[in-house]
Write a protein that binds this ligand. Structure first.
Ligand code: AMP
Length: 486
């Protein structure tokens, strides 16, 4: 899962400032690397490993001028995490084009072997964006139009949809304009907005609405599944429906990945999490369980913790204080490092545990490392009973569309009953949300008609083309990357 933003400002403007504020607003979507490419007479780029504020200094901002820009924060899915894999990518020849994406190409290895291998083209990175860029650029080049027309972009997007499988939202710039497209099933989010200033109109495309908010853009609308946008020399947004598949946005965006102050597909992430908390609270009550306090694991479970406590008529307390400078435990090299850093990251407040029956609420349980540690800490702090609650259902299947999760082998819920999971994690009781309640809760927060991709919970992959060899290719990549994310 990554984050992106692309901007097309008025002719004399510089888009870089809005791009950097936008990237800071979605730093949670990737802390591994950041990059920006701008265009004015030529492409200028700055990319590096680390956080946005570490990669960009004043001297880069001076150099990255021009009204056209695309920026990216990376959370590695495919790729070994090298510099060569840092996005955006760009080509000066045969067509000037820069591109960034969020998602995962499921037939990346197959394309490397066939489409590229047979033409003797060797990719320069391990990043799946490179295949999207070449397929797109190749199709554009064959049209040889100057300036590029909306039909040219449509043909190129269609070529990508035909050849490239998986989930990908893509944004980018050419020397003349800005383009964006959302994969045929619309699994990854992508939103379009604009800002009218005395100097002219700025257009922006981003992965979450919060990016638009922070720089004063108004939301125009989300791109639809399989839809593309092109804004060329005429500076008029042209939307074209290219793909014709059912829309299946990722439900995990609402559970964990997006910021609570974002709206995705007209659905508030905050409202969704509030409703998820309420429903789990009602279920806790319906089972005749009794507790003294709700303690959400910061940060993602805080919203749902409030509402779970409300329906149970219990206090919601900050039992863990998070040190936000430790970084994500998920991205540590091995289990031992991850467990140590969970302790460094979440320090308990004894008074909230001592002598109490506590509900510890998290957004999800993946390998169980976080839960195992926090249950242990709760007991060390004198908790009487520990109820472990997850406002999403048990995670059981790998995500092939870009959310880094365990390989099948590592999911703690796989092949275990709830009693066995509780035992494994040291809790007295484990309570999960059901799939039906989760879906209904997210729908009540906005778009009632949404059908989601929930492959990680039920193993049904909406693109319908996932093979065992794709799963094993992706698992091998993640293991080889040594990030422990697999
Ligand atoms: P685990 O310790 O392996 O059970 O992971 C669960 C914790 O990781 C939860 O606290 C989640 O907030 C967080 N989490 C869930 N999914 C992801 C993800 N794809 N990337 C990073 N963290 C995640």
């Amino acid at each position: 899962m990554c984050g992106f933003i692309s901007i097309f400002g008025p002719p004399e403007s510089n888009a870089i400032h809005d791009v950097l504020s936008g990237l800071l607003a979605i730093q949670h979507r990737g802390q591994d690397a950041a990059g920006v490419v701008t265009f004015k007479d030529k492409f200028q780029a700055k990319k590096g490993l680390g956080l946005v504020r570490e990669v960009f200094q004043d001297k880069h901002i001076q150099r990255l001028h021009g009204p056209l820009a695309v920026g990216h924060v990376r959370y590695p899915t495919v790729g070994l995490g090298d510099r060569a894999d840092v996005q955006p990518f760009w080509l000066d020849y045969p067509v000037g084009i820069a591109m960034a994406h969020n998602g995962n190409v499921t037939n990346f290895h197959e394309l490397k072997r066939t489409y590229f291998g047979q033409r003797n083209i060797h990719l320069g990175s391990n990043c799946d964006l490179e295949v999207v860029l070449y397929v797109f650029a190749d199709a554009l080049m064959r049209r040889l139009n100057n300036p590029i027309t909306v039909d040219d972009v449509k043909v190129a997007v269609n070529e990508v949809f035909t050849r490239v499988k998986g989930a990908y939202s893509v944004v980018g710039i050419t020397s003349e304009g800005m383009y964006a497209f959302r994969d045929p099933y619309g699994i990854k989010p992508i939103i379009f907005g604009k800002k009218v200033t005395p100097a002219g109109t700025f257009y922006a495309v981003a992965s979450e609405s919060v990016v638009l908010d922070v720089s004063g853009y108004e939301v125009v609308r989300n791109l639809k599944a399989g839809e593309m946008l092109w804004i060329g020399k005429d500076r008029v947004p042209h939307f074209v429906q290219v793909g014709q598949k059912p829309h299946r946005p990722c439900i995990f965006e609402y559970i964990y990945f997006s910021r609570p102050d974002s709206f995705l597909d007209n659905t508030s992430v905050y409202e969704a999490r509030m409703e998820l908390g309420r429903r789990l609270g009602r279920e806790f009550h319906a089972r005749g369980l009794q507790a003294d306090v709700v303690i959400p694991v910061p940060e993602s479970a805080k919203t749902a913790g409030q509402t779970m406590a409300e329906v149970l008529n219990l206090p919601c307390r900050e039992g863990f204080v998070k040190n936000r400078y430790v970084g994500r435990t998920f991205i540590m090299p091995n289990d031992k490092a991850r467990q140590d850093s969970i302790r460094a990251k979440l320090n308990p407040i004894r008074a909230e545990f001592e002598g109490k029956n506590v509900i510890i609420l998290d957004d999800s349980i993946v390998r169980g490392n976080t839960s195992r540690q926090i249950v242990k800490i709760a007991r060390q702090m004198g908790a009487k009973k520990v109820f472990l609650a997850s406002y999403s259902p048990p995670l059981l299947f790998p995500c092939l569309y870009g959310i880094d999760m365990s390989t099948k082998r590592e999911f703690v819920a796989r092949g275990r009953t709830n009693e066995e999971i509780a035992k494994e994690l040291g809790a007295d009781y484990v309570l999960y949300q059901t799939i039906e309640e989760m879906v209904d809760a997210v729908r009540t927060a906005g778009n009632r008609d949404l059908e989601f991709c929930k492959a990680c919970f039920e193993g049904v992959y909406p693109t319908g083309d996932i093979t065992e060899s794709m799963i094993s290719d992706i698992e091998q990549d993640r293991l080889a990357a040594g990030t422990g994310i697999a």
